[in-house]
Design a protein around this ligand. Structure first.
Ligand SMILES: [Mg+2]
Length: 167
């Protein structure tokens, strides 16, 4: 019953996703959510993002942004900064945008992964369309006011999680 809501994979940050992992899973193209996946609520992105995107391109992995934002200029500006193609006003979890993104990538569904921070748009839409799904933690989670209150409680948990993972 809840299977439609479970992502295939989960990562903290997009930049944590290893190229080898993508290759092992036959992922040749990525459909990115934009807000809170690539950029925070102030349109900032990690210094790790551009080198990571470059490493994907060097490995011939095709990339496109599929954003639910209806602010074309905003999506375009970010996409240009990241050197990515883009589609905006996607209305995820509706699959229409995914179809267009797939056409643009020119790959089979089983060669594509969607990466996003929202279960009810990115993951549900991706699963409905039939591509692989990767959930990431929302970047701005710590930046919204409620997040600032949670931050002191969250930090030790994140630290413990990372410590466990690195062992
Ligand atoms: Mg998002």
């Amino acid at each position: 019953m809840f299977n439609n809501y479970f992502p295939d994979f989960y990562y903290n940050r997009v930049e944590d996703i290893d190229v080898c992992f993508l290759k092992e899973n036959n992922i040749k193209g990525i459909i990115f959510d934009m807000d809170n996946t690539l950029i925070d609520i102030f349109n900032r992105f990690s210094p790790r993002l551009l080198p990571w995107l470059d490493s994907l391109r060097r490995n011939n992995i095709k990339l496109i942004i599929l954003s639910n934002s209806h602010f074309k200029n905003k999506v375009k500006k970010i996409a240009n900064k990241l050197n990515l193609n883009y589609l905006y006003d996607a209305k995820k979890p509706n699959i229409t945008g995914f179809k267009l993104a797939k056409e643009s990538l020119n790959l089979r569904k089983n060669e594509i992964a969607v990466i996003g921070d929202q279960i009810f748009t990115d993951i549900v839409g991706g699963k409905k369309f039939g591509v692989k799904t990767i959930l990431v933690r929302p970047i701005s989670y710590l930046e919204v006011p409620i997040g600032l209150i949670k931050r002191p409680f969250e930090f030790p948990i994140i630290f413990a999680y990372k410590h466990k993972k690195s062992r």
